[in-house]
Design a protein around this ligand. Structure first.
Ligand code: DX5
Ligand code: ZN
Length: 216
């Protein structure tokens, strides 16, 4: 079954521990953590100290999405802080392969992420070394945006390529997924769905998660 990775970008940061425990109580196993540097994307969110602080609160898998320039500068710190999956953007560095290899050498799962305007062909050469491809269906930087269909086409191509080449790589979708478009998202064969606003909406985390699982 498809996995849900709720994005805590939409959580109540004043009650972050509480919100994370609410996710875990509903049986969620992944939690998506959006890190922004105000440079690669026009927004600033959370970073290493927050990840360190929440690490001791939960056993959920930390799916860390680095929206930062030159992520090679920080992967060691994110690994130490408790990230389980470290996703770097293809567009953020000239050292894509080296950075992915570094993540793997730290004993973490490595993810490569692409923005909506990046061609899917550009990630194929990294599929041999990554554990996950994160496909953005919105411009990174903000929650609550509308899903762009062009990302869904890329997921279909990736899933086919992964199957044909017998690779062990998960595909994850990020941006604008909600109950009104979940069907076409699932039709792509995607493995992991990130959802921020749809899960934290109206502070009805439990209800929103139950609705999500009813629809997948
Ligand atoms: C956007 C982030 C997303 C975002 C998703 O830059 O990468 O993870 O939190 O939020 P929704 O589901 O509201 O689009
Ligand atoms: Zn994200």
């Amino acid at each position: 079954m498809v996995k849900l990775s709720p994005s805590i970008l939409s959580a109540d940061f004043g009650n972050l521990e509480r919100d994370i425990l609410r996710l875990e109580k509903e049986g969620v196993t992944y939690v998506h953590i959006d890190v922004m540097d105000g440079n690669f994307v026009p927004n600033i969110s959370i970073g290493i100290p927050v990840i360190e602080s929440i690490r001791s609160k939960t056993k959920m898998i930390f799916d860390v999405h680095l929206m930062i320039d030159k992520p090679e500068r920080y992967v060691v710190q994110f690994a130490k802080a408790g990230a389980d999956i470290i996703n770097i953007h293809l567009e953020a560095t000239n050292e894509v392969r080296g950075t992915l290899e570094k993540i793997k050498s730290l004993g973490k799962l490595a993810g490569i992420t692409i923005k909506p305007d990046t061609k899917v062909e550009d990630v194929l050469e990294y599929l041999e070394i990554v554990d996950l491809v994160l496909v953005m269906t919105v411009e990174p930087g903000f929650g609550g945006q509308k899903l762009m269909d062009k990302g869904l086409e890329k997921i279909k191509i990736l899933k086919k390529y992964i199957e044909e080449n017998k690779l062990s790589v998960e595909v994850e979708v990020d941006g604008g997924v909600n109950l009104s478009n979940i069907k076409k998202v699932l039709d792509t064969g995607v493995d992991v769905i990130v959802a921020g606003s749809a899960i934290f909406e109206n502070d009805e985390i439990e209800k929103n998660i139950k609705e999500f699982y009813k629809n997948v």
